[in-house]
Design a protein around this ligand. Sequence first.
Ligand code: FES
Length: 219
Amino acid sequence: MTDHFTPANLDLAHEIIDRYPVKRSAMIPLLHLAQEQDGWVTEDAMRQIAELVGVTPAEVLGTCSFYEMFKRRPVGRFLINICGTLSCQLMGAGELIHHAERKLGITSGDTTPDGLFTLAVAECQAACTEAPCLQVNYRHRYRVTPEDFDILVDELRSEADRGEGPDPGNPDAGGVPRHGVLSLSRQHIPAERAAGPSSPTSDQGPPAWMPPPDAEEQK
Ligand code: FES
């Protein structure tokens, strides 16, 4: 089959695979890479990942479909997840969801025709004391009123109109990186803490991220 990953991402995919003693362990990082490239995980991407890590496409689909954060159809630049679980419902999430649907002109699960916003109702976002809450590309917003929602959408729209957006590779950049690049702000493992490709079945001593025993004794 033809490559789905761009040449640069294919190189990166091989680099990622080489970090693991077992190729299939790279499956989730490669799914993140595919989502980062396209904004969602396409069937072609899953087929190529299967080839790269030596499993069947069905196994890649099984992993991809297990995790809510991997999207298997196009998503807008801003994914707005409104929490629909109990605490948020008690604090007005139902009204907020209806308001959001009216404001964006779509129903939950859909994307605006300009491709900017996807609206979804999500499960508890672990911020129940700040209900009702939502996330934009997995960045929390707390105690959101319908008025706050309008301001948020207008701000995001004008950010998109200005063509602005923070550097997704910089975790301190602030703002809302486009959907699909969350993994980029998490893959900054300092070289001295990287575990490297050691076999999980061999006895290698304590994990690389633990201080060596003599480091404790020298204190
Ligand atoms: S119920 Fe909404 S964050 Fe927990």
